[in-house]
Design a protein around this ligand. Structure first.
Ligand SMILES: Cc1cc2nc3c(=O)[nH]c(=O)nc-3n(C[C@H](O)[C@H](O)[C@H](O)COP(=O)(O)OP(=O)(O)OC[C@H]3O[C@@H](n4cnc5c(N)ncnc54)[C@H](O)[C@@H]3O)c2cc1C
Length: 295
């Protein structure tokens, strides 16, 4: 196995162009497990750890440009106000060791339907900044996941950053697992309220072959909030609307039965998480602040 260690982003792109089959290595928390268990033996490993830019972020007026290798621990600690949904999800990833190494770029590269960053990226309206020697393109998160552990990157492309809208309202993330830590999601749900555009967005993890949005649920809830004058008055979401939102969220799932849970359980759990996250985010909106509870 040849170990490629580019010292700059340009060198990394050139190496990927020359060896499109090379496997990028960021935190290594997915890649090294596969190599150690002999599930993967690539001819070339492309180590991105010397590229400092990938560990930085820029905060603009409307968005955060998050370097692909920024570890979860820093997102939790330093980007909670700008990216509350992602920060809550980061909190639930693996253990402190994994959160110190693992990154959103790596989660996107692996594209597991159970990856914890995907639901909040979908709910916040993130775009993946993919780059190759041919140029840069922005891929909306909902177009990035193309199948189980498959993504929209071309063989010569690398993820440079993820552009995520700064929160303009409360966001939540909820994950069901068999225990409280070090657990792959049985299913997960994220909700973001966007008061500026009077829209809501969702993301569902581990309940379909790819992470998905519950678009019918989003449209229904946005219309119900608008019709009820709820954005101006802050009055509670009617229980019947919350129930319908939850049903529609469950309807967006296309889960399987597996060792972690049955399809039926996953649908039920997504409905429960949708109703709960709606309650938490709406309470936070009404009280004018941001809530950071997580389940
Ligand atoms: C014990 C343990 C617990 C875990 N718990 C969780 C959990 O709770 N939730 C969760 O979501 N995940 C979990 N994971 C999986 C893993 O930690 C995450 O997927 C993490 O985000 C991977 O990030 P990384 O930087 O370590 O990626 P790496 O392992 O370095 O790479 C992962 C994939 O992304 C590709 N890649 C990396 N960087 C780039 C780039 N810039 N451009 C293109 N492709 C790239 C790699 O080639 C590889 O295919 C766990 C893993 C372990 C070992």
């Amino acid at each position: 196995m040849e170990f490629l260690r580019p010292g700059s982003w340009e060198e990394a792109l050139a190496a990927k162009a020359e060896h499109p089959e090379a496997v990028p290595l960021a935190g290594g928390t997915d890649v090294m497990v596969e190599i150690n268990f002999d599930r993967r033996r690539p001819d070339h490993l492309l180590d991105l750890n010397r590229i400092g830019d990938l560990y930085e972020w820029e905060t603009g007026e409307d968005e955060v440009r998050l370097g692909a290798s920024v570890p979860y621990a820093r997102i939790m600690e330093e980007l909670r106000a700008e990216l509350p949904g992602l920060a809550l999800a980061a909190h639930t990833v693996g253990s402190p060791q994994i959160r110190n190494r693992g990154s959103v770029g790596g989660n996107l590269g692996a594209a597991s339907p159970a990856g914890d960053s995907h639901p909040p990226l979908l709910a916040a309206g993130a775009q993946v900044e993919a780059e190759s020697v041919r140029g840069t393109r922005l891929i909306p998160a909902e177009e990035f996941y193309t199948g189980v552990k498959r993504n929209a990157l071309a063989p010569d492309e690398l993820i440079r950053a993820v552009r995520i809208a700064r929160a303009d309202g409360p966001q939540q993330f909820s994950k069901v697992g068999t225990r409280n830590a070090m657990v792959i999601a049985v299913c997960a749900f994220s909700l973001a309220l966007h008061p500026r555009s009077r829209t809501v967005r969702t993301g569902i993890g581990s309940a379909a072959p790819t992470p998905v949005r519950a678009r019918a649920a989003e449209d229904f809830l946005a219309a119900a909030l608008e019709e009820g004058g709820c954005w101006e008055s802050g009055r509670p979401v009617p229980p019947s609307a919350a129930r319908r939102f939850a049903e529609l969220a469950a309807g967006a799932c296309n889960p399987i039965d597996d060792v972690r849970g049955s399809a039926r359980y996953r649908r039920h759990a997504v409905a429960v998480m949708a109703r709960r996250t709606l309650g938490w985010t709406w309470d936070a909106y009404r009280s004018g602040g941001r809530d950071s509870r997580c389940a």
